[in-house]
Design a protein around this ligand. Structure first.
Ligand SMILES: [Zn+2]
Length: 122
């Protein structure tokens, strides 16, 4: 349920971006969500459909890229997706520790719809 405030924030940023670029609506929002971020893409989607109604984001495409967590070998530095119940490095059989990979949560980019008649050269 904690996706609600974060989804609200995403929409606020997207609406702001559209306004800055003098666009009437948002075409696409690309999000990156790591599996360890604590946020669930499906929930963001669900809230997004609700909250975006009546805003510049209504009907826009919400593209979510999931990032699987990776660990890093403490011996050779290999970064890899670990198998369930295993921290063994596939290269040197060493022991792997956690990384920040998989904890991401950010807006990668926002695409806005350019109004017809724009003549600012963009
Ligand atoms: Zn290794």
């Amino acid at each position: 349920m904690h996706e609600y405030p974060i989804t609200l924030e995403i929409i606020r940023i997207a609406v702001e971006t559209a306004k800055e670029k003098n666009a009437q609506r948002v075409d696409k929002i690309a999000l990156v969500i790591g599996d360890l971020s604590g946020y669930v893409g499906e929930s963001v989607h669900m809230y997004f459909d609700e909250i975006s109604k009546g805003t510049a984001c209504e009907g826009c495409r919400l593209e979510i890229t999931r990032v699987k967590p990776k660990v890093k070998c403490t011996s050779c530095g290999e970064v890899f997706e670990r198998k369930p119940f295993s921290f063994e490095c596939p290269v040197c059989k060493g022991h792997a520790g956690p990384t920040r990979i998989g904890t991401e949560f950010y807006i990668d980019h926002i695409e806005v719809h350019r109004n017809k008649g724009d003549n600012d050269g963009n």
